[in-house]
Design a protein around this ligand. Structure first.
Ligand code: NAP
Length: 333
């Protein structure tokens, strides 16, 4: 297969920090896989809010990562680096990548690839890794969620939110979400949320108290931060866990540390992209064991919003920033 790989490829570059128009097609050399890596001919690339933040100059690529945007891909392995024993040319995979997904070819760490079963279309496969790795790690590893517990998720119809609903339900949790419209609340319930609160019409703290009979939730998965944090803490049951994955509403928060102490709260959070490949490989192994069987048997499928051609990446970002999407946006390469 090696001789069919071209020297150059089309990719989407970020010309300068700015609006969607700074995403421009460019011709760049096709990367070659190093030890432990594979080269994937990309079929689809997932679009994530962190790509928007990177484009705006607020979330720079780690020093050792491709400066091109794109954190998840699906496609076919076309070249295998030294020491890769698990994958061969022709394998259908999806992968979490540290960058470079908006391109015809992308390097992936072999340990961060997951096999795409025949029953899973490649557009859906590309929509899984970023949210799956993020939600799995934050809800179950950091948030210690177990079946029978209740979780509050903000941004219930986001890529992350829809995955949190589905994983929560898959593992026996009660899932409460907040969304910014009645239509989004309806969609969140259709996706599986037990309760959806329109935060523009009601106070989510009061609603959570009502839904849980005053007991509160065991875990909050929060992408808002700012003034949501003290309100989130009011939603937590004793021994509750507060997990921060983004600060869309502001990075600073006033926290009542007396409540953290007396109610034994745990405040934690994480960002996936800068973590070392060794950590992401471990996560991939955990997901392969714990979650992938549900992908293989069709129980877990991403919620798909829209697909755009690679060269229209700017339109994909416009759609995400308009905020009307439900679930995942992907680019077809
Ligand atoms: N920590 C990590 O490792 C990690 C990894 C991946 C993603 N993330 C973060 O997780 C968040 C969700 O990512 P995504 O790809 O799922 O994004 P997305 O689909 O664009 O979702 C963002 C959601 O946030 C809600 N929202 C509330 N306040 C907002 C505001 N001020 N600006 C924009 N949206 C706001 C919107 O829902 P309503 O319309 O209902 O308000 C929207 O559904 C992002 O902040 C992203 O950076 C973190």
């Amino acid at each position: 297969m090696q001789d069919t790989i071209p020297e150059m490829m089309t990719a989407i570059a970020i010309e300068a920090p700015g609006g969607p128009d700074v995403l421009v097609p460019c011709e760049v050399p096709v990367p070659r896989p190093g030890p432990g890596e594979v080269l994937v001919k990309v079929a689809f690339a997932g679009v994530n809010r962190p790509d928007v933040l990177q484009r705006q100059g607020q979330y720079p690529a780690p020093p050792d990562a491709s400066p091109l945007p794109g954190l998840e891909i699906s496609g076919t392995v076309v070249s295998v680096g030294a020491g890769v024993g698990t994958l061969q040319d022709g394998a259908r995979v999806c992968a979490l990548v540290a960058g470079g997904g908006y391109a015809e070819y992308c390097i992936a760490d072999a340990g961060q690839c997951l096999p795409v079963p025949d029953s899973l279309p490649l557009d859906q496969a590309a929509a899984l890794p970023e949210t799956l790795f993020t939600v799995w790690h934050n809800v179950f590893d950091r948030g210690w969620a177990i079946d029978g517990e209740t979780m509050l998720v903000h941004g219930g119809t986001s890529g992350i939110g829809t995955m949190a609903i589905m994983l929560g339900k898959l593992f026996g949790m009660t899932v409460i979400v907040t969304c910014g419209s009645a239509a989004k609340c309806k969609r969140a319930r259709e996706i599986g949320a037990d309760h959806a609160i329109n935060y523009k019409e009601s106070d989510f703290v009061a609603e959570v108290a009502r839904i849980t009979d005053g007991k509160g939730v065991n875990l909050v998965l929060d992408m808002i931060s700012g003034d949501y944090v003290p309100r989130n803490l009011k939603c937590l049951a004793e021994d509750g866990r507060h997990v921060t994955i983004a600060v869309l509403g502001g990075a600073k928060a006033h926290v009542n540390m007396a409540a953290v102490m007396s109610r034994r709260y745990v405040l934690t959070g994480s960002t996936l992209r800068p973590r070392p490949a060794s950590f992401k490989r471990l996560l991939a192994r955990e997901i392969a064991t714990e979650v992938w069987p549900s992908v293989e048997n069709g129980e877990l499928r991403p919620v798909m919003d829209a697909s755009f051609p690679l060269t229209r990446a700017a339109d994909a970002h416009r759609r995400m920033e308009a905020g009307d999407h439900v679930g995942k946006i992907v680019l077809e390469v």
